[in-house]
Unconditional design. Structure first.
Length: 140
């Protein structure tokens, strides 16, 4: 598994209700060209949880993997280890479960993502990110 790196608001894309930050212009361009290829599977929820029929937030820093060209995120490093023990089976189950879960959940910002985003939203240069997060977090 590679190392996750925090992106910069300078290289930001909005897609499918999410904000994606990249470390450089080349990565941003690649994402804009084929967003589905690079976006996390299962709406960015824990892949292991989706395989078991529910949603959970993720640890995007330490529990992720690109497998067969797709990005999968998990709740924690320990859950990720369990997930990869039966990776193909878990992906198959996740693909089966996701349509119903996506209909129930839609896009929800987890508290973990809110905590990660806090330093970003305090910076004036990322006002668009702040407005987007606030619109998702503080819905009426």
């Amino acid at each position: 598994m590679g190392k996750a790196t925090m992106g910069s608001p300078e290289f930001m894309a909005e897609w499918m209700g999410g904000v994606f930050l990249f470390t450089n212009k080349a990565h941003l361009k690649a994402f804009l060209k084929d967003s589905r290829k690079y976006a996390p599977q299962f709406g960015g929820y824990c892949s292991c949880a989706v395989a078991h029929g529910y949603t959970a937030p993720v640890d995007a820093k330490d529990a992720w993997e690109v497998y067969r060209g797709k990005l999968y995120l998990n709740f924690s490093a320990n859950i990720h280890k369990q997930w990869i023990e039966q990776q193909d089976y878990n992906i198959q189950r996740g693909v089966e479960n996701w349509p119903q879960l996506a209909g129930e959940r839609g896009w929800v910002i987890s508290s973990k993502v809110q905590q990660l985003a806090k330093p970003l939203v305090e910076n004036e240069t990322v006002d668009r990110v702040r407005r987007w997060f606030e619109s998702k977090i503080f819905k009426d």
